[in-house]
Ligand binder design. Sequence first.
Ligand code: PLP
Length: 382
Amino acid sequence: MRNSSRSNVDPFIVMDVMEAARRAEEAGRHIIHMEVGQPSTGAPVAAREALAKALDHDSLGYTVALGLPALRKRIAQLYGEWYNVDLNPERVVITPGSSGAFLLSFTALFDSGDRVGIGAPGYPSYRQILHALGLTPVDIETSLDHRLQPVPQDLTGLDLAGLMVASPANPTGTMLDKPAMAALIDAAQGQGAAFISDEIYHGIEYEAKAVTALEVTDECYVINSFSKYFSMTGWRVGWMVVPEDHVRVVERIAQNMFICAPHASQVAALAAMDCREELEGNLAVYARNRALMLEGLPKAGFDRIAPPDGAFYVYADVSELTHDSRAFAQEILDEAGVAVTPGLDFDPKRGATTLRFSYARATADIEEGLTRLTAFMAARRG
Ligand SMILES: Cc1ncc(COP(=O)(O)O)c(C=O)c1O
């Protein structure tokens, strides 16, 4: 049967690494997971309890397309708590994860063929979803001088209909401070491009608080999720904040594409927002893991890294060790029993010489992983 050309998207390589790690485990090996970008903790206890209660008395049918009003209101309140931003709950749209928000935002904002700028390295699915929607992803090659984030001069002559940024970013964990965010918004709006801010790693930051684009302008789309800080990856629930005059546009698309985000997940998400103590406990684990990684990776021989401001990744330049990050990651899995992600997922051009290490797991796993990586690199040096 025929296929569309836009369905020809690249695989998410980290998923292939996860599958290789699973096969190794099936064969009886013990693998340390530094490939997956998800917490090993489950949803907060009170979130699970709230859902258990709801199951007894609620049929959990469809919600309205924009999501449970109480959840939209609670999210608006979070903007007051986190950023001192006064947000109208009517602007909050509940989505099936931030992945669902990408589909909604790209569909609401762009026409076929439109050019949308994304940072390289960056989260791979931006590129693939844009392609699958018949849009044109435009890679913006970022530099270490700018901590691998785009800067206004990168946009010159790109003729963009949109610009997507992430802060903290995946795979680098670097952030845009307020002047950097404001300058990018200015440059994007200056060429008539819609600004989309992926803020999925907000809450997981170590030195300074992450800045939301809403502190700079209301004329933007902000995307966030319960997957990371709230530790609810598999629940598939996230949100988007859009300008007031875009709510109805997005609502009509959401009604038709998804009907609604999973009702059960919305119930749990609402309760998760009041689990601050447990979530801050998870954050303390990431902070400890980050410190171990920043000390242990250079000692092992992965010394070309930029300290991440947030998220739970370290992106390492391994150009002195390999020009084939995919084969190198396989070698690390086979010989050290540590699963890591080749940079090719994040940067098709330069990713052959980079690796991403995730430290989202338990501290004992991070310690063991670093021990194994150190032994592997020592053996490699001979
Ligand atoms: C930067 C970034 N955005 C979005 C996502 C997708 O998250 P969700 O589970 O909310 O769909 C991820 C997942 O790792 C990510 O790293």
